[in-house]
Design a protein around this ligand. Structure first.
Ligand SMILES: [Zn+2]
Ligand SMILES: [Zn+2]
Length: 170
């Protein structure tokens, strides 16, 4: 079966100025993504245009995918979408230090898609930028309930003083 993420470069190089759309939804396994941050059974959406230029083939567009996880502050479930722009140059003879080689007259976009997703997937997502998190003292979700705990960080020198004070007679 022909993989939509493997582009025939020869066809494009023969006709400078030509374009080819690569728009598809692929299973994460197709690009060897086995990441638990991806929403199960969701696809990676690829929306790219290949342009044949005199310098090579430029691949430009965006990759998106759905992720899920736990808010790093309040532990609530979080889902979201990454949408990452990509732009890469592929050359038969690599002269540009940032270009990738065209091998066997083909451009394999799978590593590009895989890397784009891995770079964007958040390690520690937030349910919202304003999330107030859990109270470190009593554990309530401060987005839901206000508590009266004092959560100011104490200077460690004070705890040394406290320890001394406890040893003193009343
Ligand atoms: Zn949160
Ligand atoms: Zn509290």
């Amino acid at each position: 079966m022909k993989n939509p993420l493997v582009v025939n470069a020869l066809e494009l190089l023969r006709r400078p100025g030509s374009l080819k759309d690569v728009a598809c939804e692929v299973e994460p396994e197709v690009v060897e993504l086995h990441d638990e941050r991806l929403v199960p059974a969701s696809t990676v959406d690829v929306d790219l245009v290949c342009s044949s230029l005199s310098t090579g083939i430029v691949i430009e567009g965006a990759i998106s995918a759905r992720f899920h996880g736990e808010c790093r502050r309040c532990l609530a479930p979080v889902t979201g979408q990454i949408d990452t722009p990509v732009r890469e140059l592929y050359q038969e003879t690599v002269t540009d230090p940032d270009a990738f080689p065209i091998e066997n007259d083909q451009i394999d976009l799978r590593p590009l898609v895989r890397e784009a997703v891995l770079l964007e997937l958040p390690d520690a997502p937030l349910c919202s930028a304003e999330c107030r998190g859990l109270c470190p003292v009593c554990g309530v979700d401060r987005n839901v309930t206000a508590c009266s705990c004092s959560t100011e960080a104490r200077d460690p020198r004070w705890s040394a003083l406290d320890a001394l004070r406890e040893q003193l007679p009343e």
